[in-house]
Design a binder for this molecule. Structure first.
Ligand code: WTA
Length: 660
């Protein structure tokens, strides 16, 4: 079936079929009553207590919501709780000490299992060590680690102490790490010596050391010895060996610090429309309630489940749906360090079979890769343990949706296509798997209690089928509370608008996505309306990449666009240097140094000129259309139309040379 036409799949596509949740799923689903939408609407905002009640509170909240300083909303006002207690201790206390909390599979096939009891001990020992190093409440601890168990352990150790963490994706460069530590004023760093990539040992500590040298304040560093003899390293006076610290704190106890609902649990850097990444702040009460609730309602997680989200913990998806959500519910969460095609392209399915995974959550780009590799790979394995599938990060096209439904889910697992962002903290728009009809390609209706709409420039709701801006009208518990190390202005101007035609003190949140909505209220996402590109499970700001490129000697201008999941850089040079391999190398090195390998474009197209309007603005939309091979829209504003043919030819040449 790999290369031939899948007749059934094609027929489905023709019929634009919708899908009902399979009966077997509904019978056991956490949420089965369609009435939940109405109940939430009628009882808003009190409906959200249902989310908070999934947690243990040290002190119950007085009010559900305080809107008096909108858009600085406060949720579960004056409540107190600790996230580590909720994700670990309470499960140990209720007889689940020996239940597996975390199953880790390393790049070389190593495996480790941590029970809730293990996780409690490990996080407590590391929390004690951090406390001895001076970490106290509200100190931001930066975690710069690959997908190893010490990452969630360190996150939970910070949460136990009330110290917000700032996880920086391990693929980011020294410069990017330094900028984040500086911005957050973070004086503590947890990192490791190195890790393997495609069989090679990468020196991670080298990057961390370079970053710390660039930070303008003192930093205490903890180094996890990931590679042992594989990559010998030495420690300076302000650097501590993780194992030695933990050893020195064997069996230490650290009481979870009761945090106010509104105290920060973590900050998370994410790309915006300006050159500087920004750190969104997430709070203990609202964020944890939102992620626990959506893990229950949307991912249908039961404490007995083995659940696997294939994201990296360095991104928001991993925070919310590898660590906090599933652990708050007491499930077994998988953590996979490797890649989906190593050692073979059936790796994911082999692990699903081996561990009896119940729920699998991934990105559409991964589904498209599975599809390309062929249905034979999943067919080699018994995937009958799967009950529910999910996607996140970008729209999933109906063809990929149906392939996933058929070849992974065996037509018996609902699929949830979940729209949300780093700023929303948790899921916002998706079907409820035991309740809603699924329409492939459309994320679904807003979740109960979420007031998302699609509006036009004047703020009026668009008609069904018409494109507009996605907005969220009412606050929600998982929402960002502000930007760390920043003034109020940027938070307000980047995200919020108060429309004169809405009720007083009602602010509208702008996620930056275009969308349509159909007669049933199902939202279909059309992509970003700003200069942010979503690739797989993370996003990249075009401005960040462009500033890295124009900093290279010989480059005049650059425009970076996204096309079908690829990142493409159009670079104009001072003289035509299309064939200059050194310049190409310099551009790639420049991006790797400023941001990291993840931001290196799939294609770099050198051009004598970029397409510009008569007023001198680069026409990005046109560059996108050229890259995707779309019909070009209106180009009457273009000053230099002759550049189109040239760019097409060069992109084609670039693509060919790339494939060779
Ligand atoms: C995009 C990742 C379509 C969107 C959780 C959003 C999606 C950005 C979907 C956030 C989806 C996320 N369908 N687009 N189901 N989910 N997006 O902050 O453009 O890394 O604004 O959060 O990804 O990316 P972020």
């Amino acid at each position: 079936m790999d290369d031939g036409v899948d007749v059934e799949l094609e027929a489905w596509l023709e019929r634009r079929e919708q899908f009902e949740p399979p009966e077997e799923f509904v019978e056991q689903a956490n949420i089965t009553d369609l009435d939940i939408y109405r109940t939430f609407e009628e009882n808003w905002p009190h409906c959200w207590e249902r989310a908070a009640e999934r947690l243990d509170w040290e002190r119950r909240w007085d009010d559900v919501l305080d809107s008096s300083s909108a858009p600085r909303y406060r949720w579960f006002v004056d409540g107190q709780l600790n996230a580590a207690h909720n994700c670990i201790d309470r499960h140990v206390e209720t007889g689940r000490k020996n239940h597996a909390a975390l199953r880790w599979v390393g790049k070389r096939g190593e495996t480790e299992t941590y029970t809730y009891g293990d996780l409690k001990r490990e996080t407590e020992e590391f929390a004690a060590a951090l406390r001895d190093l001076g970490v106290g409440e509200d100190d931001i601890v930066t975690l710069y680690l690959p997908m190893i168990p010490e990452l969630p352990i360190a996150m939970l150790a910070c949460a136990r102490l009330g110290a917000p963490h700032s996880v920086v994706f391990a693929g980011f460069s020294a410069d990017a790490l330094a900028a984040r530590m500086e911005n957050a004023d973070s004086e503590y760093l947890v990192t490791c010596d190195g890790y393997y990539r495609r069989g090679d040992a990468l020196n991670h500590k080298g990057k961390a050391d370079r970053a710390v040298r660039r930070v303008n304040h003192d930093v205490e560093t903890v180094v996890v010895d990931r590679l042992g003899g594989g990559l010998p390293h030495s420690l300076a006076d302000d650097q501590h060996d993780y194992d030695a610290l933990v050893e020195a704190h064997r069996n230490a106890t650290v009481e979870p610090v009761a945090r106010d609902s509104e105290d920060d649990l973590f900050v998370m850097y994410t790309s915006g429309t300006t050159g500087e990444p920004k750190a969104v702040r997430h709070t203990t009460g609202g964020y944890l309630s939102h992620t626990a609730w959506t893990s229950h309602a949307v991912l249908d997680i039961k404490p007995s489940d083995t659940y696997w989200c294939s994201a990296d913990i360095g991104w928001i998806t991993g925070h919310s749906y590898i660590v906090y959500g599933p652990l708050a519910l007491g499930a077994t969460t998988m953590m996979y360090e490797g890649t989906p095609d190593y050692p073979e392209k059936d790796r994911i399915w082999e692990l699903v079979e081996r561990y009896g995974v119940d729920v699998f959550y991934t990105a559409p780009t991964a589904v498209r890769a599975f599809m390309k590799w062929g249905a034979d790979h999943p067919a080699e394995h018994d995937l009958s343990s799967l009950r529910l599938l999910g996607t996140v990060g970008e729209p999933i096209n109906p063809r990929a949706w149906k392939w996933y439904y058929k070849h992974i889910g065996d037509e018996s697992c609902p699929i949830v296509d979940t729209w949300w962002q780093a700023e929303t903290g948790g899921m916002m728009i998706t079907t409820l798997p035991g309740v809603s009809t699924m329409k492939p390609g459309s994320a679904g209706p807003p979740l109960p209690g979420i007031d998302a709409r699609v509006i036009d420039d004047s703020g009026a709701e668009v008609d069904p089928g018409e494109a507009g801006y996605l907005v969220v009208e009412k606050p929600w518990p998982g929402m960002l509370r502000g930007l760390a190390g920043d003034d109020d202005d940027r938070f307000e101007t980047e995200y919020w608008t108060a429309y004169s035609n809405s009720e007083a003190d009602e602010w509208t949140y702008f996620p930056g996505d275009g969308a349509t909505v159909d007669e049933d209220g199902y939202v279909t996402l059309l992509g970003r309306v700003d200069d942010v590109i979503s690739v797989g499970d993370h996003r990249i700001g075009t401005m960040e990449v462009e500033s890295a490129i124009v900093a290279v000697d010989g480059v005049a201008e650059a425009a970076v666009v996204g096309a079908d999941g690829d990142l493409i850089a159009y670079v104009s040079t001072e003289r035509d240097r299309a064939g200059d391999a050194n310049l190409r190398r310099a551009v790639i090195d420049g991006i790797e140094d400023a941001i990291g390998e993840i931001a290196v474009p799939d294609h770099v197209v050198f051009t004598p000129e970029l397409p510009k309007t008569r007023s001198g603005k680069i026409m990005r939309r046109l560059l996108e259309d050229i890259a995707t091979g779309e019909e070009l829209g209106d180009i009457s504003a273009l000053r230099n139309p002759e550049v189109i043919g040239e760019l097409r030819a060069r992109l084609a040449g670039e693509t060919r040379s790339y494939l060779e």
